[in-house]
Design a protein around this ligand. Structure first.
Ligand code: GLA
Length: 387
């Protein structure tokens, strides 16, 4: 929908003109998966699709949340902004952001009417929830004049996800949504939050996102991975008492001390994280040096590690990636995001895109009975106010 169409919908729903419109994007991660909450590197980029939020002060002591995809308005009195709604309610994402402003001592004294619309496919691992959190944080920051920078807005979104959606996610998704830049990927150190914007110049090559349509639900399994990594850190502390995060270990250091991890599952998880951090650093160097083929090989290796050691891929993502690897003109292909369904990201030569869609699509249908969807990603900007 265009901004004008959204404004018309706002008027229809609330009977008044919207006062402001904000946008924040979804993201696709090129490499560096399940490294963020281990203090490692990630390399995501913001997409051109995302979530819009329209609002107007309503002169009442309540917030009205309405999504274009839902028929119901969810009304929350200002006195209840700190309490989550029933688990699974979509409005918990924006509500969780309001709660974070309160926690930071911000006074919210006026109510708003809010309308949300987004075009990030839901449950596809492209961060529809981070887009919703960050657009809310950006809007509130602007409305309340709190002056938080983009990194703080990302942290607010992440905390909202922890406390109102009960997923102990890392910072990557919200950071990418807040800091994205057109035609750049974000090389982010998730420990220090220092980052570089790296130009993504892919001559004759496109970033193709393939959607399994096997919904990924981040929840218990994701939180299990977070815990398994913490267990590995605890066990490693018997020989490295000062160790904070798995990502602090080089491959050589890890190889030397890994035998102290007695839990076999935690050992596999740790092996993925240490290898993935190194692959991400290497991949960024290769991209900067223009060695796309090498970048692609690292993407494939990332998928294999996520499949075998981290165990977050599954039949749907594996079918897409493994078929893609066999197609001429595919530079690299891997799952992206949390896993357990969702999407793969592939670098594909322009002349091979039609064959890619046809061959990957039919192999996928044959194996799973589902239709995959393909999008050519456009790398867009981070959160903003729209005119
Ligand atoms: C989800 C989380 C992120 C990150 C990825 C895996 O998208 O929200 O913080 O952990 O999974 O890399």
């Amino acid at each position: 929908m265009t901004v004008n169409e959204l404004k018309a919908s706002f008027k229809e729903v609330y009977g008044n003109e919207a006062e402001a419109v904000y946008f924040s994007p979804g993201r696709v991660n090129l490499i560096g998966e399940h490294t963020d909450y281990n203090g490692g590197y990630v390399f995501p980029c913001a997409l051109s699709f995302g979530t819009c939020l329209l609002l107007r002060k309503n002169g009442k002591q309540e917030i009205n949340f309405r999504s274009i995809n839902e028929t119901e308005i969810i009304t929350v009195p200002l006195t209840d902004l700190g309490t989550p709604l029933a688990k699974g309610t979509w409005a918990n994402y924006p509500l969780g952001v309001f709660a974070q402003f309160l926690k930071r001592g911000v006074k919210i004294t006026e109510g708003y009417d809010i309308l949300i619309w987004g075009n990030v496919p839901l449950g596809a691992g492209l961060s529809s929830s981070a887009a919703l959190e960050v657009v809310t944080a950006y809007a509130l920051n602007d409305q309340l004049g709190t002056g938080y920078d983009r990194t703080e807005l990302a942290k607010i979104g992440q905390k909202a996800e922890h406390e109102f959606a009960f997923v102990n996610c890392g910072i990557m998704d919200q950071f990418a949504s807040a800091h994205g830049k057109k035609d750049h990927a974000i090389f982010l150190n998730c420990d220090t939050l220092e980052f570089d914007l790296v130009p993504v110049k892919l001559e004759g090559v496109k970033v193709v996102i393939s959607n399994t349509h096997s919904p990924h639900k981040l929840g218990d399994e994701y939180n299990d991975r977070v815990r398994e990594c913490q267990l590995a850190v605890e066990q490693l502390r018997s020989v490295r008492p000062e160790l904070k995060n798995l990502a602090e270990l080089t491959q050589a250091e890890f190889d030397e001390i890994q035998s102290v991890i007695t839990d076999p599952v935690a050992l596999k998880r740790a092996r993925h994280v240490v290898g993935e951090v190194q692959r991400t650093v290497d991949a960024v160097k290769e991209l900067q040096a223009g060695n796309l083929e090498e970048f692609g090989k690292l993407m494939n290796a990332s998928h294999i590690s996520l499949r075998d050691d981290y165990e977050v891929t599954g039949k749907y993502l594996d079918t897409l990636a493994e078929k893609a690897w066999k197609i001429e003109g595919v530079i690299g292909s891997r799952m992206t995001g949390g896993g357990f369904g969702g999407c793969t990201v592939s670098l594909v030569k322009e002349e091979a895109i039609d064959t890619f869609k046809e061959k990957v699509g039919s192999a996928y249908k044959e194996k799973t009975g589902l239709e995959a969807d393909f999008y050519i990603a456009e790398i867009g900007d981070g959160a903003k106010k729209c005119d």
